[in-house]
Every structure is written in C-alpha cells, then in structure tokens.
Design a protein around this ligand. Structure first.
Ligand code: SF4
Ligand code: SF4
Length: 404
C-alpha cells in the first residue's frame, strides 16, 4: 500500500509545531522508558526562564499564523517555571500548548494550567505508578474548566490486567465526562515492540472499536483540539485520493514507511531538546541545526529537504513534515513556500552576505588578472586582455577615474 502514497504530512504552511523538552529529567523510572530519562534529584539545575522566553521569541520570528507547542520530556512539569513559560507563550501570537505529562502534580497545579488559554493536556498513564482515582479526579477537574484532555493509557504488557481494567473503567467514565482515550503501544527502535502477542494486538483493535462506539453514542459537542485529532495527517495517493488516518492506526497498518521520500522536515515542525539543540523533526536522521538557546535560528538550514533513509517515521510530531515521493514536487513546494515563512530581516542579511561574497570574488579575480597581464609584452594587447576580463564594476570605476 505504501508504494502508492505520493504524499504524507501537513500542507498547511501557516502552522508550526514545536516539540520542546524543558528538561530531560523525570520523577518516574518506568521500565520501558525510551527517553531513558534520568531520575530527578535535588542537585540538578534548570535552564533560566529568561532563556526559554527568549527562545520562544525566536520561534515567533518565523512567519506563521499558528504555533503549537508540544511539551514532553522527561517530565516537563518538574521544570520549576513550567507554568510561567506556558503563561508567557499563551500571551503571544496565536499559540496552542499541549503538555504530555505523567500527571503526578496535584489539582491546584492543574487548575492553574487549565486556566490558561488554549492549554491542552495529555495524561500519559504509566501503570507502574498511576492510580485510577487521581486520573478520574483530573478528568473531572478538566471538565469544570471545559477542557478536553486526552488520557493515554500505556499498554505495558507486564501490567496487562491493570491496563484492561483501567480501560474498562475509563470507557465507563467516558459516558459521563468528556475526554479522549488513547491506547499507547510500546516501541523499540521505532518499531512496535515484539513483546506484544497476537491476542494483545487483537485486544487493541477490539478496544479501538469499543471506544469508537462509546464516542459515537456520547458525542463531544465542542471542538476537540487539533493535535489530539490527527487532522493534519494527510495521505495523498497516486490516483489523488486523500485520506486522514489516526496516528496509532497508521502505525498498526504499517503506513509510516517513507524511506527514499523527500522530506521538508523543519518547514512546519521543529524539535528542541533540554539543552536547546534544535532540528527540523523528531526522527533519528534529522540533522542538528544548532543551539536555539544561545544562537539565532538558521532558517534556511532548518527547512532544507532531506532524503529519508529510515523505514519508520513513527513520532506524531513527524506527521507535520511534508514528505514527497517525487523530488520535483518537493522542490516546487519548497521554492514556493520558503519566502513565506522566513522573516524579511533574515532574507535581507542573506542578500547582503551574498553581495559581500560576490565582491570578494571580484576583487580576487581582478588581482589574478592583474598579475597575469604583465606577461603580455605589448601594451595594446595587455589592455585588450584586461578589458575583456575585468569586472564591469572595476571597468566603471576606472572609467570614472579617467574622466576626472
Ligand atoms: S514518565 Fe515518561 S519520561 Fe518518565 S520514566 Fe516514565 S516513560 Fe520515561
Ligand atoms: S523519518 Fe524523518 S526524514 Fe523520514 S520521513 Fe519521517 S520525519 Fe522525514
């Protein structure tokens, strides 16, 4: 099926998604943690809030209408100024914030976050630590703020009975409160971990159907936040048919292989790690661009297309990167859209740099010509040679000197 896909990703060029890790530390120590998050301790120091605010301002310099910030980690809420950062972001531009957290903080903490405009919460339920009454308490609280939260239940095979029980309880709860349920599958090296047997995959598929039924019967009347709906995940096929697949389903159906596709990662997505290193998407081959905490953004490097060389593009953030089967289409897309998102001051500086480089080159050429010309013994031939090769600029300068 993959062979017939000619495009995957988000074509809305005025959207930007930023995956940001304010810290890589975590207060949990889950056995399957792919982030290998070190456990928080009292000796660690955190990046100053002023540096993170400054980083946000740099991101806002990219010409976009909408900025979606997705925070994960580590555990983002152990960054001590997380609420201040979220408040700062929400007061700027058209900003949407998604927090992916293990939900360990108390109701007061979440009340402050739920009061922030366009704040959304994905509660990642890790069964080695989670307790169902706290989950229900936060769902109820979110509903009082009219917030739709996503409860992402980790299918930890070591806790099979517990995830089945939690799923049933959440499904029942969904009849009375509005929230999303997501079943998260453990990955290993960007593939579904082989620890799942056929029964467990069947249970996953049946549970998705059960969930769909409940959602159908108890419809949510307000808007569900974009990032929870996967509405940006568009597939276009060779016959121009367009479909949108939920993220988890596209993984299960093996629809995330874009090896040899041309990927404009960075044109509407960006990933920033805990020390400010940034790149265009959240995959292992996305090249590191620089450090956004301490340097200016290198816009052109950020949006330079790359040829994909891996066969699993599983992170949800990567859904935003436009991926083209045909290089020409990728080239056209990039040519048309690059000037739209790059700030004018950056383009101006780039033009000035090019002009300076051109002047340097001209000066070097003229020096070479001057040194060669003295090997021509006849003055007239020498002048002819010089006039042919000297740059127009220098000829003009010489002419104006002669006229004086
Ligand atoms: S909560 Fe998330 S980041 Fe923390 S240890 Fe568990 S999986 Fe890793
Ligand atoms: S894995 Fe990376 S380079 Fe490949 S398609 Fe996905 S985002 Fe693009």
């Amino acid at each position: 099926m993959n062979k017939n896909i000619k495009f995957h990703g988000n074509l809305k060029i005025n959207d930007m998604i930023i995956h940001w890790l304010p810290t890589n530390y975590c207060n949990y120590n889950c056995s399957y943690c792919i982030a290998h998050a070190p456990i928080v301790n009292k000796n660690i120091s955190f990046t100053d809030l002023s540096i993170l605010k400054n980083c946000a301002d740099k991101i806002f310099s990219i010409n976009k209408d909408k900025y979606t910030f997705v925070f994960s980690g580590g555990e983002p809420t152990i960054y001590p100024y997380f609420i201040d950062l979220a408040e700062y972001l929400s007061k700027n531009k058209n900003t949407h914030i998604y927090l992916f957290s293990n939900g360990h903080k108390n109701k007061d903490y979440f009340s402050k976050l739920f009061s922030i405009n366009n704040f959304n919460f994905n509660f990642s339920v890790h069964l080695e630590y989670a307790n169902i009454s706290h989950i229900k308490e936060l769902i109820k609280l979110a509903n009082t703020y009219n917030k739709y939260i996503m409860v992402s239940l980790m299918m930890n095979p070591d806790k099979k009975e517990k995830y089945e029980l939690f799923f049933d309880e959440l499904l029942e709860y969904r009849k009375y409160y509005y929230f999303g349920i997501d079943l998260a599958i453990i990955h290993n090296n960007e593939k579904i971990d082989k620890i799942y047997n056929k029964d467990e995959i069947n249970w996953f598929n049946n549970s998705i159907l059960k969930l769909k039924n409940v959602e159908e019967m108890f419809k949510y009347t307000s808007d569900i936040p974009d990032f929870f709906q996967d509405i940006n995940t568009r597939y276009i096929f060779e016959d121009d048919k367009i479909i949108y697949l939920p993220h988890r389903v596209s993984i299960i159906e093996n629809m995330k292989n874009f090896e040899n596709y041309f990927c404009v990662q960075g044109i509407n997505s960006m990933s920033i790690n805990h020390n400010g290193d940034y790149k265009g998407s959240e995959c292992s081959i996305s090249p590191l661009i620089g450090n956004i905490y301490y340097d200016d953004i290198d816009y052109l490097k950020l949006i330079k297309p790359i040829k994909c060389s891996i066969n699993d593009c599983n992170c949800r953030i990567n859904n935003y990167s436009p991926k083209f089967k045909y290089q020409k289409e990728c080239y056209n897309f990039t040519q048309i859209n690059t000037p739209k998102i790059i700030p004018s001051f950056y383009l101006y500086n780039e033009v000035c740099n090019l002009k300076n480089q051109l002047n340097d080159l001209n000066n070097k050429m003229n020096k070479i010509i001057d040194s060669i010309v003295w090997f021509i013994p006849v003055k007239k031939l020498r002048d002819n040679f010089r006039n042919k090769f000297k740059t127009a600029e220098q000829s003009r300068a010489e002419q104006s000197r002669a006229e004086q």
